[in-house]
Design a protein around this ligand. Structure first.
Ligand SMILES: [Fe+2]
Length: 273
């Protein structure tokens, strides 16, 4: 009996890359990315592709271009294809300057469609608030919601997974101050489809799962650091700690599964926030 054809892809998020000889929160985030890529090549070389879910650079929004060049060089070591969108620490213009104009969808944003193994995977650029150079909150533009509806209609016959930087569903902690502001509008569009298997985000630097408006949502901690957040919207973040975490998404006709691969620094406490 042959095994069913199964989609496998990796999500890395929140790389927060710095320039040469720089660190962020005391960590060399470039070395951490290199270790993540080595882990993918060693353990997940059978993946169909990798997705980077934004906050590629730590200070891209302040005009730092070097991290994008370093990122481009680093991902060239991946043995599987890599698809990228941006987060609130990024500059869309700098990203496009380094990675090319073809990274922009018809929306003008860094949105993408990947069709593989009977699935459609859709990347959404959630950093579209007009005039906001660096607002930590997220937003999807009306043109993106229209674009998304069309991409979903085209894929009416197959399951869909969406990846974006910002969390859309409330997490009932302080991070809801930097939530995707029009998450309900996103959910309304996604519910047109009827077989959205996951909506995966980074941004919050911790792991969560939820069902919200009938849709499954996941956040992964990402590559920089993990936070402990009290379940109280007013309480501050407790501490920053390891591990660096990637999500491993597996999908066939019946099952869509997210594993979390903590590839670095499982138990290191970095500092009090
Ligand atoms: Fe973020």
């Amino acid at each position: 009996m042959t095994a069913p054809e199964r989609l496998k892809f990796i999500v890395l998020s929140d790389l927060h890359l710095v320039g040469e000889d720089e660190t962020s929160k005391g960590l060399d985030t470039f070395v951490r990315l290199e270790k993540g890529i080595a882990a993918i090549n060693a353990r997940h070389a059978d993946a169909d592709f990798v997705v980077l879910a934004g906050d590629l650079a730590d200070l891209g929004f302040r005009g730092e271009e070097a991290p994008y060049h370093r990122l481009k060089a680093a991902v060239s070591a991946l043995t599987v294809p890599c698809h990228i969108t941006i987060g609130n620490h990024d500059s869309r213009d700098l990203y496009v300057k380094v990675f090319g104009e073809t990274e922009r969808a018809g929306t003008g944003y860094i949105d993408k469609v990947i069709d593989a193994k009977g699935y459609r995977v859709i990347l959404l650029d959630s950093v579209t608030a007009p005039g906001a150079e660096h607002s930590h909150g997220g937003q999807l533009a009306p043109s993106q919601l229209d674009w998304l509806a069309q991409r979903l209609d085209e894929a009416a016959d197959r399951p869909v997974v969406v990846v974006l930087h910002h969390h859309a569903n409330p997490l009932l902690t302080k991070v809801d101050r930097i939530i995707l502001e029009n998450g309900k509008a996103l959910a309304d569009v996604l519910n047109r489809h009827g077989d959205v298997r996951q909506v995966i985000a980074g941004h919050v630097h911790y792991t969560s799962t939820a069902i919200w408006h009938g849709l499954p949502f996941t956040t992964l901690a990402g590559g920089h650091y993990n936070v402990t957040v009290p379940l109280d919207p007013e309480a501050a973040i407790d501490q920053l700690w390891g591990p660096a975490q990637m999500a491993v998404v597996l999908g066939d006709a019946d099952l869509t599964l997210v594993h979390f691969d903590n590839y670095l620094d499982g138990n290191i406490v970095l500092e009090n926030a």
